[in-house]
Design a protein. Structure first.
Length: 55
C-alpha cells in the first residue's frame, strides 16, 4: 500500500532583519549582554536602559 502524499506548505521568510556580522564572525552572548548587566546594577538604570534601547 503506497504512502499518501503530503501537501507542501510555504514557509514564510522571517520578518526580523538582523544587521550583518562584522569580519569577526559569531559573537559570544556574554559580549552582547555585558552592557545590559552593567546598566542593571546602576542606580539610574531606568534612564540608561531607555537610552540603550533607543539606539
Amino acid at each position: 500500500m503506497p504512502i499518501p502524499a503530503r501537501r507542501k506548505y510555504h514557509v514564510p521568510e522571517p520578518t526580523v532583519k538582523f544587521p550583518p556580522r562584522e569580519k569577526g564572525g559569531p559573537v559570544h552572548i556574554s559580549t552582547l549582554l555585558d552592557p545590559i548587566l552593567e546598566i542593571s546594577s546602576h542606580p539610574d538604570r531606568n534612564r540608561l536602559l531607555a537610552e540603550f534601547f533607543n539606539r
